[in-house]
Unconditional design. Structure first.
Length: 283
């Protein structure tokens, strides 16, 4: 009798430990972070204004996600262009990096043939380098980030060469690394990473999550900014357990070590652009 009772208790204990391992893991992770810094910005909450007020009605729109592009701080913002937009040749006072979120965007030397970059493409524009930007499509949006501001448009008379060279990577040419090639990825997650750039302080990468992903991204840096480039996800806030639905253009981030509990909710793979000064682990 006693032996049977002990066996029954052992079975019940084993079953309870397997009821929802994801929830158990989330609770364990939450217990490790006493004061979580996780935050979310929905695409519907982004405030749009003129990117270049000097161009009046012809100016693209800009919606700041983090930082302040008018101040000397790292900043990320969305830039929105109307169909048929084409800028005059110009330069910027800072280097920027960008990712196409929707539509088609061309960014190159003024005399270059047009190369339309589709969603998921990545490019960089060096400080002082003459270029034009053009867009075509019903909705043309790109994520733009700078290491410091202010972000200004300058005439070609102020052009200069600082030695940096532009990079244009079409979405079809992105190289993805799975768990066999990168220890930042847990094999069970079936996620993939693509490292895009790195400097002394920060690095930028794509994270591709499969359909049906239900897991946690751990970040150990003091800075993590992530923007949904493709797909969508449900994000659980550790502070109050609220679940936020993040569509394309939405953001999540943290300002200390953090665990980001994510469930993808799209019928396509979900791609995130991440900027951080640490490492991430996709479980």
């Amino acid at each position: 009798m006693i032996k049977n009772l002990l066996c029954l208790l052992a079975i019940i204990g084993g079953l309870s430990s397997c009821v929802n391992p994801q929830k158990q893991k989330e609770q364990k992770l939450a217990d490790e972070i006493e004061n979580p810094t996780n935050k979310v910005v929905l695409s519907s909450e982004i405030v749009w204004e003129k990117l270049n007020p000097d161009r009046g009605a012809l100016s693209p729109q800009a919606g700041t996600i983090w930082g302040d592009r008018n101040d000397s701080v790292p900043t990320g913002f969305l830039a929105k262009f109307v169909d048929g937009f084409s800028s005059p040749p110009h330069i910027h006072n800072v280097t920027y990096r960008a990712v196409v979120i929707s539509g088609l965007i061309h960014n190159d030397d003024p005399n270059a043939e047009q190369m339309w970059m589709k969603p998921g493409s990545f490019w960089t524009q060096p400080v002082g380098e003459p270029h034009i930007t053009a867009a075509k499509g019903e909705e043309n949006i790109a994520l733009v980030e700078i290491d410091y501001g202010p972000y200004l448009v300058k005439p070609l008379t102020e052009a200069f060469d600082d030695g940096e060279r532009p990079v244009n990577i079409d979405g079809s040419n992105v190289v993805w690394l799975n768990s066999d090639k990168c220890n930042w990825v847990n094999p069970d997650s079936k996620a993939e990473l693509s490292f895009l750039w790195r400097n002394k302080e920060y690095n930028g990468l794509f994270i591709k999550l499969p359909k049906g992903y239900d897991g946690v991204i751990e970040s150990n840096g003091m800075v993590l900014h992530a923007v949904v480039i493709q797909g969508g996800l449900d994000y659980k806030m550790p502070q109050n357990k609220d679940v936020k639905g993040l569509d394309v253009g939405s953001y999540f981030g943290s300002s200390d070590r953090a665990f980001h509990s994510i469930v993808t909710n799209s019928d396509v793979e979900t791609i995130l652009y991440v900027r951080t000064n640490g490492k991430v682990k996709v479980d």
